[in-house]
Design a protein around this ligand. Sequence first.
Ligand code: EPZ
Length: 433
Amino acid sequence: MTQGDTFVINGGKELIGKAEIYGAKNAVLPMLAASLLTDEEVEIKNCPNIADIQSMLILLREVGANVYVSGRNIRVRGQARTCDLSPQIEKVMRSSMFMLGALVSTLGEAKITMPGGCNIGKRPLDIHLAGLERLGAVCEQKDGVVTCHANGLVGNKVFMRYPSVGATENLIMAATLAKGKTTLINCAREPEIVSLVELLRAMGANIVGEGTSVVEIEGVDKLHGASVTPCADRIVAGTYLCALAICGGEICLDGIRKREVAQTLFALGKSVETCDDGVFLRARANGLSKSVGRRSQIYGFDDLSEAVACDLTTGPYPLFATDMQPIISAVKCFSTGIAKVKETVFENRFSHLVEMNKLGANVRISGDEALIFRGDLHAGQMQAKDLRGGAALAVFAMGIAGESRVSGAKFVARGYEDFAKSYRKLGADIRLE
Ligand code: EPZ
């Protein structure tokens, strides 16, 4: 066990107070890559201070950009002068693949080692590479290294076989400076993509359709500097809501709108209530109501009126967010009734449930489905294996009396700013050891 890599949690404490929601990791990362599309200064405000962002800043400096950080504001100036990145950095995070589109577009070449990232699935890059080839790039994948070359990209029609978030972002970025028009079909629709396009449009890009399945980009000759604030992190906010549902109490989330966490609010059913002055949440002191265990199916919905709580199936937005699945699953371990969770986005995203079973949870996993029954929960030791799974284990332990230990806190540090301190501020008994 390495020093400072284990959460020690004494569960059963209510959460009371205010938490600030910063900019979304999954919007800031592609935005940082997009800053390479101009030699003028791009400023991204309200960025979280987390490991994945730190690694991305190292990558930007390695390719030759100047990076200035003051508080939560990051300024990047200058385009890439080389595409040689340090493999050891890329190995630890998948986000280096976001640079493919920007590097091929401006430098004419990109070379990245097959990105690392969470062990939640194989995570190939075939959709990214097929799309870049449609725009005129020549891409190769050999011995774990991806190389792409292009002598100027040319707009084209691109159909993505699956609405990949990263591929949609990479191809939009690549198309902004391509010659002519690009039509991307079967795009991912995540809010973080909409946020990225807001930056690109502020830089002078000509894009329509973001947030829908068809995005059209008219290439321009040059992009200029801009300053934007990314969308709030709906997964960080959703994690607080799940912790509230488990622990009870009353919290106010500052910097996010109810609509941005609509999916999580509905999956939590009546276990949390909200008021209109921002997202002000109160869970019943006696823990979860029966509604969280109520059987019904959430497939995704566009507004608060359509959904009913409980069984859920993850999928591309607006279906239920795969990143919230581990954390919502933790809540379901406390609810009465039987809940079914179906994970359709990644092929290996139930490792947290195996760990929760060690503490008395009663989860039966079969392929991409998990059936969650009420268990006889007790404190104990668990091992995090990925970012959102680690957050789920910590939130799970907060609901169980006694001292639990969650090793692998470094995974959580990739996507949450000072997780233990943030929850201690709300009254949780959690420290890093
Ligand atoms: C982004 O990853 C997010 N990461 C993930 O969040 C998120 O879970 C995921 O989108 C889905 O919403 C960032 O934005 C940095 P995908 P990405 O391409 O772009 C397969 C977190 O916890 N696929 O939409 O890598 C892939 O294997 C992280 O913050 C291909 O087969 O996700 C997966 O099964 C975890 N070929 C599915 O598509 C490809 O070329 C969805 O992947 C690309 C993807």
